[in-house]
Design a protein around this ligand. Structure first.
Ligand SMILES: O=c1[nH]c(=O)c2[nH]c(=O)[nH]c2[nH]1
Length: 304
């Protein structure tokens, strides 16, 4: 007999926009997000014997997202994800786990004639602020926050040498190269015992996001990078230092290569080494470097 080893279902790509209107000042603030809800629990019979009595319709999940967004703050996203997940496990006795993902898109306030505009915004990049919350009955709330899609480039201040050289190696060593990547960075919070514990640290969520973002950019810009590996490790250490409630930090960084072009075939044009000015950006293949860094001061059990 085939048996289910894991099952979850729900609604993905629920797009939600919420406006906050400050009646006194006339300043409006907007949030746009894409939400995914996936539920787990005693739902196997819906798959195995077509018993839909255990199925909360995914359409109802979508409606719930809208209603909860109306009734509660949607920022910080860590709070809203926890509220949403807690609702599902508390409302349906047979649902044991709610997996919530919120992708918040950028709407940056316009500056017009040097002043912040009260109700006009622009999309200043594809970067998103992502939150994944796993709310388990009796087991608290796990939250991982992150930054995805932040595209960065430095035109110097990056090296790569001393790597393995053998019969497969063609890459020359370099003491000065272009470095570009699309940042995917996450930080996992210590497990929260419940909603009260999440509410108690609310201001820390925005601070951690803003610290992680500035640490990523400052380290990237200022360090003379010996490798993607070493640079991302330094970023992780600085984020762990800035956010004591964070247990582990992870990065996944593609190495977006820019190749020198030898133009000597054209009238002896010098365009390599210190004369390189025109490069060919590569779309692939690309390096992909990943790491997760935890705290060495944690007791072994909490590292599992
Ligand atoms: O920073 C780098 N790390 C690598 O592992 C690697 N491999 C490579 O070809 N270029 C680079 N750059």
């Amino acid at each position: 007999m085939p048996s289910i080893t894991s099952a979850r279902y729900g609604k993905d790509n629920v797009r939600v926009y919420k406006v906050d209107r400050d009646e006194k000042t006339g300043v409006q603030t907007v949030t746009e997000m894409t939400v995914c809800v996936l539920l787990e629990g005693a739902i196997d019979v819906s798959y195995t014997v077509a018993d839909n009595s255990v199925v909360v319709a995914t359409d109802s999940m979508k409606n719930t997202i809208y209603i909860k967004a109306k009734e509660n703050p949607v920022t910080p996203p860590e709070l809203f994800a926890s509220i949403l997940g807690t609702h599902f496990i508390e409302t349906y006795p047979h649902i044991t786990t709610a997996n919530i993902k919120i992708v918040t898109h950028r709407w940056t306030r316009m500056t017009i004639d040097g002043k912040p505009h009260p109700h006009s915004f622009y999309r200043d990049g594809a970067e998103t602020r992502n939150v994944e919350a796993v709310v388990r009955k009796g087991k608290g709330i796990e939250i991982r926050s992150g930054i995805v899609g932040l595209l960065v480039l430095k035109s110097t201040g990056s090296q790569f040498h001393g790597f393995v050289r053998d019969e497969y190696t063609t890459l020359p060593e370099t003491w000065d190269r272009i470095l570009s990547t699309e940042v995917d960075c996450g930080w996992a919070w210590k497990t929260f015992s419940g909603m009260a514990a999440v509410r108690a640290v609310v201001p820390k969520f925005d601070k951690a996001w803003s610290d992680a973002r500035s640490i990523t950019m400052k380290t990237f810009a200022e360090e003379d990078s010996p490798s993607v590996q070493n640079t991302m490790y330094k970023m992780c250490g600085s984020i762990l230092k800035a956010a004591p409630e964070v247990e582990a930090v992870d990065y996944a960084l593609p190495n977006k290569h820019y190749f020198e072009i030898d133009l000597s075939w054209h009238k002896g044009t010098q365009n390599t080494g210190k004369n390189a000015e025109v490069y060919a950006p590569q779309s692939g293949p690309n390096g992909l470097i990943k790491v997760t860094v935890g705290r060495s001061d944690l007791p072994a059990a909490s590292k599992l």
